[in-house]
Write a protein that binds this ligand. Structure first.
Ligand code: IPE
Ligand code: IPE
Ligand code: MG
Length: 249
């Protein structure tokens, strides 16, 4: 029996989130901006739990962009301290829940202590397979492409790669998310409808879900809404709706 519903995806395998609105949440609550970032950690914890329970396999959270270095040094400093503190506090629980941690971004730009915590967390959780939690820290989509191009160019220069063999699959293997599928669903909180240099290559066919909810107000209920939104999409990847209905027959 043909049904429109059957061609719709049930669950996204990979959810990516631009966690925006911490500063505005803090201001609206009469608090300094860094209090908004602290409040945002609670949302991240809830969303990690809800995604793991919903059988999402990869969750990528945009925590700090390559452009966020332009913020006042006191805010950048507070964020770096918060990342170190949160990693220290949360890795045990993540590990116990079978979550693998992975970081993407320009690590060389980060404080040594944070880099060490990141490497320790990755090593500790490497064998976990329930869900991969990717944290994008000092990440930019353009930086991602630059680092991929550099590594590909080195292979060409050393004679290990023929430029004729550079294709989409080869570039995908050199991007920061190598080995992981591209996001099926991107959520951006905080009301802006832009990508802000997040996963440029990977978002080619991602479903986009924008919400005005500020990140510290986002939690399990809002994730459930976003998953419901996703389940209503028809992912055509260039084909026609009729073609998909015919395959589903
Ligand atoms: C997102 O919240 C967190 C980071 C970028 C680190 P913002 O800090 O951008 O919050 P708004 O957009 O100013 O409200
Ligand atoms: C995007 O938020 C980056 C993160 C959420 C980490 P921003 O607040 O930095 O984005 P813009 O500058 O308003 O586009
Ligand atoms: Mg913002």
């Amino acid at each position: 029996m043909s049904s429109g519903v059957s061609v719709r995806p049930v669950r996204p395998t990979h959810v990516a989130i631009i966690m925006d609105g911490n500063g505005r949440w803090a201001t609206a609550n009469g608090k300094p901006r860094h209090a908004g970032h602290r409040a945002g950690v609670k949302s991240a914890r809830q969303v990690v739990e809800a995604c793991a329970e919903s059988d999402v396999k990869v969750l990528t959270l945009f925590a700090f962009s390559s452009e966020n270095w332009k913020r006042p040094p006191s805010e950048v400093d507070a964020l770096m301290r918060l990342f170190v503190e949160v990693l220290q506090r949360e890795v045990d629980t993540l590990h116990e829940n079978g979550i693998q941690l992975r970081f993407i971004g320009n690590r060389e730009s980060l404080p040594t202590i944070l880099r060490k915590r990141m490497a320790d967390a990755e090593a500790r959780t490497a064998a976990n397979s329930r869900m991969t939690l990717v944290l994008a820290v000092a990440y930019g989509g353009q930086w991602d492409m630059v680092q991929a191009m550099r590594r590909i160019s080195q292979k060409v220069r050393s004679g290990d790669l023929d430029p004729a063999d550079i294709d989409e699959a080869l570039i995908a293997r050199h991007r920061a998310l190598a080995g992981l599928p591209s996001p099926d669903l991107l959520i951006r909180t905080g009301g802006e409808q832009r990508v802000s240099n997040f996963l440029l290559w990977d978002l080619a066919y991602t479903e986009l879900c924008f919400t005005d909810t500020l990140w510290p107000d986002f939690g399990a209920d809002q994730i459930a809404h976003a998953l419901e939104f996703f389940s209503q999409r028809q992912r055509r990847f260039g084909r026609t709706g009729d073609q998909l209905e015919a395959v589903a027959d």
